[in-house]
Design a protein around this ligand. Structure first.
Ligand code: ADE
Length: 229
């Protein structure tokens, strides 16, 4: 899979992709992540990519030209399955979208700008608009990093334990059960006896019960979603 990320703050994206699973997935060739600085495609001598909003209003708006030139250049090199724009007024992101994106060959992610981008970019170039939650970030970079992280970990070979992505919270609309490791007791804080019992069948049932209990308590909306599917 190839992911092209278009941003005016490339530095914000360097950290998340140079550590841990995402770093290894790139080294293993599961994914190619290419970060482009939109400013490099500005046609004016000050490399300015935003301008005042028509009709007034506070804040600058990111203009069409540099983004269009960059997207056109990329589209000439390969076919893109989705061109995603990250913004707080997009569709709410969830696990099933991550699953779908992980099946694609090439995607572009355009990182949003704090006061928005010219609507014509959204109308003519973007195929999906995604919000990672009902709160406002200073820009779409961190949202793009969340998207990439959630997609790349699903790619074949990205995780050392192939089954673990499938048992995640949300893959079956249930939160994960609690997990424990050694020591079995610390400061009098004990691991539940059942996990030390060796009774595999009962342990599996306990994990499922814990998942339901946690989901009911913390995210009852997920259980309603199951019924509605
Ligand atoms: N840009 C600013 N806030 C955002 C959000 N919640 N999701 C995606 N992109 C954003």
């Amino acid at each position: 899979m190839r992911i092209d990320i278009l941003t005016i703050h490339p530095g914000l994206l360097e950290g998340p992709f140079s550590e841990s699973i995402i770093k290894r997935a790139q080294a293993k060739g599961c994914v190619e992540i290419v970060i482009h600085n939109i400013r490099d495609y500005a046609q004016n001598k000050h490399k300015q990519v935003d301008d005042y909003a028509f009709g007034g209003g506070a804040g600058m708006v990111m203009g069409i030209e540099a983004i269009d030139i960059l997207i056109e250049k990329l589209k000439k090199e390969r076919q893109y399955d989705e061109i995603i724009y990250t913004a707080p007024d997009g569709e709410q992101y969830h696990q099933k979208m991550a699953n779908y994106f992980s099946t694609l060959e090439n995607i572009i992610i355009l990182c949003g700008h704090y006061k928005g981008i010219d609507q014509r970019i959204r109308d003519h170039l973007i195929t999906r608009e995604i919000s990672i939650g009902d709160y406002v970030l200073t820009g779409g970079e961190l949202a793009a990093a969340v998207l990439v992280d959630s997609v790349v970990r699903l790619l074949p070979g990205a995780m050392s334990d192939e089954t673990s992505a499938l048992t995640d919270s949300y893959q079956d609309n249930l939160l994960s059960p609690p997990v424990y490791t050694r020591p079995a007791e610390y400061k009098g804080w004990k691991v539940p006896d059942i996990l030390l019992s060796g009774n595999t069948k009962e342990i599996e049932q306990w994990k499922l019960d814990q998942s339901f209990e946690r989901t009911q308590r913390l995210r009852p909306d997920l259980l309603t979603d199951i019924k509605n599917e």
